[in-house]
Design a protein around this ligand. Structure first.
Ligand code: ARG
Length: 463
């Protein structure tokens, strides 16, 4: 292992234990922060020059050196040494090797504590933009599919039992609405994290006249943080970010679970293109929804990251502690998994068709129009609780007489149950008709679906 010069060599004696070097390093995963580390360092150097703490020429050398290092890393031509611990030290020592004494002045008034806190915020800002776009793409895919199924009815389930009829469009749009909450939650997270800790130093700030507003502004932050002790160890935004990813994952896992069921022979509601299915190594007939199962399964890793992050934060003494280095492992894992799942979900949604005929053929199953019949009785002046009982009795009668649907009962049987029932009752008794007569805003009928589609098309264009 190449021996690297470290700034604390004068303080600590001897070379670090091999095991300790491996154990303490974060370079293997935090190198993905390199662009942000360089941007933060350039802003810091320019501010130091503005405040005459270093000269303009020194700042220019630093900038030039850092940009070259950035290009080298991007091109895969930079040699990382684990002994440098992290991306901050790796870049700084390469800078010193490149530009000499000017490079040694870069860390003036700065600590890796405020540096890393700045880097993660910068990285996360970009990452959130990517995730927001991915979510919008998934929403667009869902709306496009919804447009195809405005008049097609499917059973809506509660407790996984057939409940009421709903248009397929409304079902698809339910996920668009879920994702809209995820979208704005992540946007809020971005707005809250967009404050700059740079200049907080190790913990208490600096005796040098640093211009914190200047670096914050140059890095595109909306404000600076106002307490250096908090700023160096605040990772609330990391927990919040992973929580946002967790809810996205929860929602994707619900879609995945539905669709895994829907692809089964028992449901046969949907068919996804072969490109998104796998087969079995043994059973030649199999067509498995592995992508959906993986979306569902990967939720575990994202939740795991959230629990890990929250646990890292628990009872940590003020202020920066090395425990915090672990934040990146979980933040990156949550981001990467969520990103991959959002992309796969959008692809699957775009390449899936609903078996509308098969779904329609099965609509007589499960008394989907029972609630609408109870509401028919309400319109005839019967109190709802009583209407509920009457219809419950009629469903039991159907089951007893082996009648598949309420519409198979005779008008005499209806009248025997309640004399307010007229021949017009049969108009109420079919799932498609029920769907069309939903009156409430946001209901699962075609009119509401159409209105939602118009709304989302406008909204998603702005996003
Ligand atoms: N690699 C460290 C991290 O990610 C950087 C900060 C280390 N600071 C220190 N004083 N040891 O948290």
């Amino acid at each position: 292992m190449t021996k690297q010069e470290k700034s604390w060599e004068k303080r600590l004696s001897g070379t670090a234990d091999e095991l300790a070097v491996e154990f303490v390093e974060s370079l293997s995963y935090d190198r993905r922060l390199y662009k942000y580390d360089i941007a933060g360092s350039i802003a810091h150097a320019e501010m130091l020059a503005e405040r005459k703490i270093i000269t303009r020429a020194e700042a220019a050398d630093i900038k030039k050196g850092l940009l070259e290092i950035g290009e080298q890393i991007a091109a895969g031509k930079f040699t990382f040494h684990k002994t440098q611990e992290d991306i901050h030290m790796a870049i700084e020592s390469a800078l010193v090797a490149k530009v000499g004494d000017a490079g040694k002045k870069l860390h003036t008034g700065r600590s890796r504590n405020d540096q890393v806190a700045t880097d993660i915020r910068l990285w996360m800002r970009d990452e959130i933009e990517i995730l927001l776009t991915r979510m919008t793409q998934l929403q667009i895919a869902l709306v496009r599919q919804a447009e195809k199924y405005i008049d097609d009815v499917m059973p809506a389930y509660t407790h996984l039992q057939r409940a009421q009829p709903a248009t397929i469009a409304s079902y698809l749009l339910s996920f668009v609405e879920m994702l809209a909450r995820d979208w704005s939650r992540l946007k809020d997270c971005r707005d809250r994290l967009n404050v700059c800790p740079l200049g907080s130093g190790a913990v208490a700030g600096s005796t040098l006249p640093l211009d914190r507003e200047m670096t914050a502004k140059n890095l595109g932050f909306a404000d600076i943080t106002y307490n250096s002790i908090d700023a160096v160890s605040d990772r609330d935004f990391c927990a919040e970010f992973i929580f946002c990813c967790s809810l996205i994952s929860a929602h994707l896992s619900r879609l995945a679970e539905d669709w895994i069921l829907y692809t089964s022979a028992e449901f046969s509601f949907i068919r996804t293109d072969d490109a998104y299915c796998t087969s079995s190594s043994m059973m030649p007939q199999k067509r498995n929804p592995d992508m959906l199962e993986l979306i569902r399964g990967k939720t575990g890793a994202v939740y795991g990251a959230l629990v890990a992050m929250l646990t890292i934060l628990k009872a940590q003494p003020s202020t920066y502690n090395r425990d915090l280095q672990e934040d990146k492992i979980h933040v990156f894992a949550a981001a990467d998994t969520t990103d991959a799942c959002l992309q796969m979900a959008a692809a699957i949604v775009s390449h899936t068709a609903f078996n509308t005929k098969r779904i329609a053929d099965g609509l007589d199953e499960g008394f989907l129009d029972a609630t609408a019949l109870a509401e028919y009785l309400v319109r005839k002046g019967i109190p709802f609780r009583q209407a509920h009982g009457i219809v419950g009795g009629l469903v039991a009668l159907c089951e007893k007489e082996d009648k598949k649907k309420l519409g198979d009962l005779s008008i005499e049987q209806f009248k025997a149950a309640c004399d307010k029932i007229e021949a017009d009752v049969f108009e109420t008794l079919n799932p498609k008709g029920v769907c069309q007569s939903y009156k409430t805003a946001g209901s699962a009928g075609p009119d509401s679906a159409k209105a939602q589609i118009v709304y989302w098309k406008g909204k998603l264009k702005e996003q």
